[in-house]
Design a protein around this ligand. Structure first.
Ligand code: GCO
Ligand code: MG
Length: 409
């Protein structure tokens, strides 16, 4: 079975997605997610201009060989654009292999290790009462683990807080990449944040009790010592994890945080290679691996990364915001079900428009996600629907301290 064509589809049903569709000489098609929020067209070009010509005529069954060919063969390796492109090829080839075998992908990854994947949703509110409403709505929607983010007194708009609570917060519609000519600029004050967050967790624990797994995302904004202080302050509230406490490229920062707190640590959504985790795993500085299948070279690379994490007692927490397309989400779910060291899966529901373009078959019930038993990844792309939603340039916000200094967003 040879690759006959490899085309990209860029569509914007509410937000931008880049999808690779590979077709074989036998007429089997496979899909891969290549979405890199705010830099979509760079990956589209990488795939169209540099990768697709290399794929045509290759044996579609040689997944590992194709991965190595594109990774080592490019000479220039790693980086978010390269690894998102590679991920899309890898997902599409696994999709084809599993469809050809007549099996859901997780069967080819070793079969099911569990009955479903525990998912967490994003509750948020501009203040605590609004946050409580959002937590309640998530519980009603079936979530059994919840991420908590709130507005900070004195700051106008803050990462992770839905601009609109329409729909009672049941569908979290926070989409930070806005279709504007220039990125929106937000203002940030870490000291105000550090004072406020423990009071929010105190309120949530007293309202919702000790059982509910609670998560929080620091979104790269703290220094190591600030993160250590927050981790310590949050210990009484028994977090499932504190995510991205410090900027991703500073691996040694996690050692300092670790020395001060027993709050579990998660990091990695901006990483794109298993090599980014070497120190973190070997020195046991983190508890959860946050990479996205889409940004870390696909299923082949993620399986190896998660197996390596397992050797060091770390678990998976695969990145799953709405900028991961339903194709990338399905790839995550097949891994979640198959691997031994599963931790949790992030799950923000896609908009109805997105689900019109991507026909999914995975399901969510009783707090658990289930990949379907449809052969392959279990997602189909409706290209006619995709064409109705043309690409719109969009940027993620830029963050500044209140004195104007550019800060991590
Ligand atoms: C998360 C992430 C996302 C990112 C987004 C940027 O934990 O879900 O932090 O919300 O901000 O992926 O494109
Ligand atoms: Mg995050």
């Amino acid at each position: 079975m040879k690759i006959e064509s490899a085309e990209t589809v860029v569509t914007s049903p509410g937000r931008n997605f880049v999808t690779l569709r590979i077709t074989t000489t036998d007429g089997v098609t496979g899909l891969g997610d290549a979405t890199l929020n705010g830099r979509e067209l760079a990956v589209d070009s990488y795939l169209r201009d540099h990768v697709a010509p290399l794929l045509v005529g290759r044996d579609a069954g040689r997944v590992e060989d194709t991965w190595q060919y594109l990774y080592r063969g490019a000479y220039w390796r790693r980086g978010p654009v390269t690894m998102a492109a590679l991920a899309a090829v890898d997902m599409a080839l696994w999709d084809i292999k599993a469809k050809a075998a007549g099996m859901p992908l997780y069967q080819l990854l070793g079969g099911a290790s569990r009955t479903g994947a525990l998912a967490y949703g994003h509750a948020s509110g501009r203040d605590v009462p609004e946050l409580f409403d959002s937590v309640r709505a998530h519980l009603e929607a079936g979530y059994r683990a919840i991420r908590i983010q709130t507005g900070i007194p004195g700051l106008d708009s803050v990462y992770g807080v839905a601009a609109s609570t329409a729909g009672g917060g049941q569908r979290y519609d926070y989409e930070p990449a806005r279709p504007t000519a220039l990125p929106v600029e937000e203002a940030w004050d870490t000291r105000a944040y550090l004072r406020h967050v423990p009071t929010v967790f105190e309120a949530v624990r007293s309202e919702f009790g000790p059982e509910l797994p609670l998560l929080h995302d620091g979104h790269h904004r703290m220094t190591p010592i600030q993160a250590a202080k927050l981790g310590k302050a949050l210990e009484p509230y028994d977090l499932f994890w504190l995510e991205d406490a410090t900027p991703g490229e500073d691996q040694a920062a996690l050692r300092l945080i670790r020395q001060h707190t027993t709050t579990p640590l998660a990091i990695g959504e901006v990483f794109n290679s298993a090599h980014d985790y070497t120190l973190l795993l070997q020195d046991r500085l983190i508890d959860y691996v946050r990479s996205a299948v889409t940004h870390t070279g696909g299923i082949t690379a993620m399986k190896k990364l998660l197996d390596m994490a397992g050797h060091y007692g770390a678990k998976s927490g695969i990145h799953g915001p709405t900028d991961i397309s339903p194709v990338g989400m399905a790839a995550a779910l097949h891994l979640d079900i198959a691997i031994h060291n599963f931790g949790i899966q992030e799950y923000m529901r896609h908009t109805p428009e997105t689900l019109e373009v991507f026909r999914t078959s995975y399901t969510f019930a009783d707090g658990l996600l289930h990949p379907s038993d449809t052969p392959g990844l279990g997602v189909e792309l409706d290209t006619e629907a995709a064409a109705r939603f043309p690409y719109r340039a969009a940027y993620l916000p830029v963050n500044r301290l209140t004195d104007g200094t550019v800060h991590d967003w």
